[in-house]
Write a protein that binds this ligand. Sequence first.
Ligand code: HEC
Length: 106
Amino acid sequence: MKKINLLLVLLAWAILMVSGQALAGKSSVEMGKDLFNDPTLGGSTNDKSCNSCHPGGEGLEKAGDNKKLVKVINQCVTGPLEGNKIDGRTAEMRSLKMYIQSLGAE
Ligand code: HEC
C-alpha cells in the first residue's frame, strides 16, 4: 500500500513538472518582440498589434518596473486588440514581459 502511495506521488510530481514546463515553455526577448508585433496576439482578429500604438516599444521604457505589468499588458490585449487575456505563467506573457523589461535596460 505504501509503495503505491509513493508511486502516485511520484506520478503526480512528474505530471506537474511536465505541464509546468509546457506552460512556461521557452520564453525570450526575441519571442516577446515578435508577439509585440503580432496582430493575432491573444486571438485578436482586428489588425492592431501592440506595435500599432507603441511603435518599437516607445513610451514603455519605464513600464518594466511595474509590479502589475501582466495586468497592464492584458488591459491592452483585451482592450485595443480585442483579444483574450494571456495567462501570466505562459511563455507568451513571460516573453512579452521580458521584451518590455528589455526596453528600459537600454
Ligand atoms: C490602441 C492603442 C494601443 C494598443 C494597440 C496597445 N496599447 Fe498599450 N497602451 C495604450 C495606451 C493609451 C496606454 C496608456 C497610456 C500610456 O501609458 O502610454 C497604454 C499603456 C500600456 C502600458 C503601460 C505603460 C506604463 O508606462 O505603465 C503597457 C505596458 C502597454 N500599454 C503594453 C501594451 C502591449 C503589450 C500591447 C499589445 C498587447 C499594447 N500595449 C497595445 C494604447 C495601446
